[in-house]
Each structure stands twice: as structure tokens, then as C-alpha cells.
Design a protein around this ligand. Structure first.
Ligand code: DLZ
Length: 171
């Protein structure tokens, strides 16, 4: 469904597991700080709301979205975390930077998922305008950071369901 028709943070669907035993890293980009700070706060608050302990959430900044991949890798290697939430905001400008950064960070984060066998969540806004970014950081489309946190919890719940051989997420 097109995002203009939907508040992205309503979480219809499967139940959200309790995050009390889960450890998270949040890596967030300094570029477009007023936006990424709200995304990060949304993600952090949502993890806490679903039971994560503050001492089990590590946050680190990187300069821009392009650095999220390596920042995420450092977090996974040294942070003792189960999942990494990568947060950034890339806003279309007059040059091709947008395309290169979006493409690189999407591929980079995909590769981290497969390389580590852990969830690395793509919490990156790729928008045409500042207004579209604001709509997705506490505006009419909710907060994409909240969504990223729930995605991390759900993916760890899925992993746990396979490891324990019991419990089931979804159908
Ligand atoms: C250079 C750049 C530009 C033009 N735009 C953004 C942006 O909208 N969002 C973002 O997170 N980062 C941007 N950057 C910085 C790059 O991500 C990166 O930090 C630099 O190219 C240095 O590698």
C-alpha cells in the first residue's frame, strides 16, 4: 500500500514479542540530525515500551547514511548485540548523491544481515523533501523509528522461535 494512504506505525498484524532478553544496537547518522534524532528516539522508546532494558541498548552515531554499513558492522563485532537498527535520512538534492547513497546503504545493510545472520534493520528515510521526512518522524505517517524497532524485535522473535522449537510468529 502506498505510504500516503497509511500511518506506517500502527503495527497491524502479528503480535510483538517481549524484548526483555534482547540486546540492541542503534547506529544513527548525523546528517539531517533533526530528523534522525527523532527516528532514533522513536526506536529507543519503542524498544523500552516492549520490554527492552536500557542497559541492553547501545547507541552510536556515524557521520552520514553512507557510514551506516560500517558503523553497523562495528556494532555487531564489538557491541555484543542481537540486532542492529540503522537509522538515517537521505533527502533528494540536485545531484546524483541521493541515488548513490541510497543504493550503497540498502545493499550494505542487506549484506550485513546475511554476513552476520542477525537482523540489521533498514531504518533509513529516502525522501524527496524535508516535509516528507517530518511526516515520517512523528507526523501523519507515524515514526519510522518506531517501526524499525518493532521490526528488530519481531525478527529476533522469529529467530528465537526456530532456536527454541516452540512458539510461532505469524501463520
Ligand atoms: C554527502 C551527503 C549528502 C549530499 N546527502 C546526505 C543525506 O541526505 N543524508 C545522509 O545521511 N548523508 C548525506 N551525505 C553524506 C554521506 O552519507 C557520507 O557521510 C559522505 O559522503 C562521506 O562518506
Amino acid at each position: 500500500m502506498a505510504s500516503e494512504l497509511k500511518n506506517l506505525s500502527t503495527f497491524e498484524g502479528t503480535e510483538i514479542p517481549n524484548a526483555a532478553e534482547m540486546k540492541f544496537g542503534i547506529v544513527w547518522a548525523e546528517w539531517n540530525h533533526s530528523i534522525t534524532q527523532k527516528l532514533m528516539q522513536g526506536a529507543y522508546d519503542t524498544l523500552i515500551k516492549h520490554g527492552a532494558k536500557a542497559e541492553n541498548i547501545i547507541t552510536r552515531t556515524v557521520p552520514g547514511a553512507f557510514e551506516l554499513t560500517l558503523g553497523g558492522q562495528y556494532m555487531a563485532e564489538h557491541g555484543n548485540v542481537d540486532a542492529v537498527i540503522c537509522i538515517g535520512c537521505v533527502i533528494q538534492g540536485d545531484t546524483k548523491h541521493f541515488d548513490f547513497i541510497c543504493d550503497a546503504v540498502a545493499k550494505g545493510i542487506t549484506n550485513l544481515n546475511l554476513q552476520f545472520g542477525k537482523p540489521f534493520i533498514f531504518g533509513v528515510l529516502t525522501v524527496n523533501t524535508q516535509e516528507q521526512a517530518e511526516d515520517r518522524t512523528g507526523g501523519k505517517h507515524g515514526n519510522k523509528g518506531d517501526e524499525a524497532a518493532v521490526t528488530a524485535i519481531k525478527m529476533l522473535g522469529m529467530k528465537k522461535s526456530f532456536e527454541s522449537g516452540k512458539g510461532k510468529i505469524g501463520f
